[in-house]
Design a binder for this molecule. Structure first.
Ligand SMILES: Cc1ncc(COP(=O)(O)O)c(C=O)c1O
Length: 368
């Protein structure tokens, strides 16, 4: 049996007619860049996130960058984030001219450790970017309390956490801004590149809208140096269709995670993903932790099972961020997780037989 890590074709096939109609409408109206289809998606996505505003942009990296720029983060500033994230989180900080300051993560959730944040604050700190990694939210009460005490902005990197919750509050709705990626493999994925920022701050929303459109509110009247960060109309229309299915897809992911948890429970040496009492996990990724990770990945591949590692190199040990001067050992929990994580197949259309096959393969490996 083949078990892919992700199968986008199955999902597309199930909603093909709705998607074709939506794309056709954009083509007929020629609203290709920004426009009414993006606006319609922005309104429904803001409602979904329990926020007042959503701004559609080109991708999740643009979303982070737009939020940082609009909050006035720039040269000389420091922004605290985690090293176990996709590099885009740090790239957005760097491309504002600011410096990423990494802090270690909690062992159970693999998310930002609030105690470490407090220790990393300096007079130059301007903002904190917690990353809701894998679809599990960071401990936002603790992070918001620190931010309030030290007058810092909080930007939620919710690029993997569409619809995730913290004590009933939606990802993206707690900090000053929440940033989403709609990269095709995400829980809510476009058929190309797209992203969005959500916020409850009207002024911030206006700044981000202006920034993403070359710094103009009125065509050719540029009030700031902006960027071309617009979402395109076809992606807006596709995302509006897919948003209506997101709850069902999230329920399916949670069901698969529950089955994995049940069947894998008790497998020696396998640490399952954790869901804190405060969290509703949306399982963008279902990562287990195991000592001899590389051998497990090979054993799964030999049986036709694809898996992944998110992420094999913590950012402080990448060549790109070597200039920050961190060393091996700087963030022991992040480094330990990076060496143990294996992401198992996870997508809404995965079936029980496939999950059982993956679990059997892991248990056989475990016995050797
Ligand atoms: C945690 C995180 N942040 C930021 C991004 C960047 O999003 P995009 O690829 O849409 O630019 C991603 C996407 O992979 C992500 O997973």
């Amino acid at each position: 049996m083949k078990v892919p890590f992700l199968d986008l074709k199955l999902q597309y096939t199930a909603i093909k007619n709705e998607i074709s109609t939506a794309i056709q409408q954009v083509l007929e109206s020629t609203a290709f860049a920004g426009g009414p289809f993006v606006k319609e998606f922005e309104d429904s996505f803001a409602a979904f996130c329990q926020t007042q505003h959503a701004i559609g942009v080109g991708n999740g990296t643009d979303a982070l960058w737009a939020a940082l720029i609009a909050l006035g983060v720039g040269p000389g500033d420091e922004v605290i984030t985690v090293p176990n994230t996709f590099i885009a989180t740090a790239e957005a900080i760097s491309f504002c001219g600011a410096r990423p300051v990494f802090v270690d993560i909690e062992d159970q959730t693999c998310n930002m450790n609030p105690d470490a944040v407090t220790k990393a604050i300096t007079p130059r700190t301007k903002a904190i970017i917690p990353v809701h990694l894998y679809g599990h939210m960071a401990d936002m009460d603790a992070i918001m309390a620190i931010a309030k005490k030290h007058s810092l902005f909080v930007i939620e990197d919710a690029c993997q956490a569409h619809g995730a919750e913290y004590k009933g509050k939606k990802a993206g709705s707690i900090g000053d801004a929440g940033c989403f990626s709609f990269y095709p493999g995400k829980n809510l994925g476009a058929y190309g590149e797209a992203g969005a920022v959500v916020t409850n701050n009207a002024l911030l929303a206006e700044k981000m809208r202006t920034f993403r459109d070359h710094g103009q509110k009125k065509k050719y009247y540029h009030e700031m140096i902006g960027w071309n960060g617009r979402m395109d109309g076809i992606q807006g229309a596709i995302l509006s269709v897919k948003l209506q299915h997101l709850q069902a897809w999230t329920d399916a992911r949670r069901g698969h995670a529950a089955l994995y948890n049940k069947l894998l429970g008790g497998a020696a040496g396998v640490q399952l993903p954790f869901e804190a009492d405060y969290a509703k996990h949306v399982y963008h990724i279902y990562p287990i932790r195991i000592q001899n990770r590389d051998a497990l990945i090979d054993a799964l591949a030999a049986k036709g099972i694809s898996s992944g590692i998110h992420y094999p190199v913590p950012l402080h040990l990448t060549e790109a961020y070597a200039h920050l001067g961190y060393k091996k050992g700087s963030f022991p929990v992040s480094e330990k997780c990076a060496g143990e994580l294996v992401s198992l197949p996870m997508f809404p259309e995965l079936n029980q037989e496939q999950i059982e096959f993956v679990v059997t393969a892991i248990k056989e490996f475990d016995k050797k």
